[in-house]
Design a protein around this ligand. Sequence first.
Ligand code: GLU
Length: 274
Amino acid sequence: MFTTRFAPSPTGYLHLGHAFSAWTAFEAAQQAKGRFILRIEDSDQTRCRPEFEAAIYEDLAWLGLSWEQPVRRQSEHMDEYQAALSQLESLGLIYRCFKTRKSLMADIAAAPHGPVSASVDHALTVAQEARLLAENRPFAWRLSLSRCRQYLGARWEDLGFLANGNWVKADLERLGDVVLGRKEFPSSYHLASVLDDAAQGITHVIRGEDLADVPHLHVLLQVLFDLPTPEYHHHRLILDADGKRYAKRNQAVTLRSMRENGTSPNQIRALVGL
Ligand code: GLU
């Protein structure tokens, strides 16, 4: 059955862009007589706040949306992400990256057009790694594209997905060796999103075109974990008068402040071109 989702992170109040995205997914589900699921992407507990989560429910209900219960909250499934990370570790497909933000920035400055993380040099000797671990240095778990390529053999060339109805061959180098987990918490947006979409039976992922690159990597994770690949649909972004995307920190366009100023859901629909 057609199943789609809206998956906000409670790191700020929802704004016009979220309203458009949530309505787009919700109405696609209604049209297909399918299911609409709300998921709270709160695996990074350092950035999420309970009041933002409460506001998500309130704002979406105000827009007229309804969703299935119970709502999946990523923070309640950390053991699943940990198990998946351990599986990749035992296959030798992830490695610890001890690079600091500063040294990553220097890498990027040296190769400004390459994918951010592909420039990471991960050739640590066993002794070097043991020393850094003994020093209790923080690290991130990164997916090694070169090892995945070896592991998948001929299957590597077949990786691809449907986006807006067209078959797209995966370009794995686009995102580089991405972070899948951290020392402090065993997850990342990529890992949790892929595992949750499968756990929730999502057949159609509908979200903004700012995330259009992400399936190039997600399809690889789906194959590694033997999960189905949903269809992707990337919708236009809602831009402000300067042609920029709305940021969560811009209070003026939060649904909450617009509601307080007397804007109605119908006016919001018109503002986002629905
Ligand atoms: N939690 C992500 C965000 O707020 C959602 C990305 C997705 O739909 O996969 O941008």
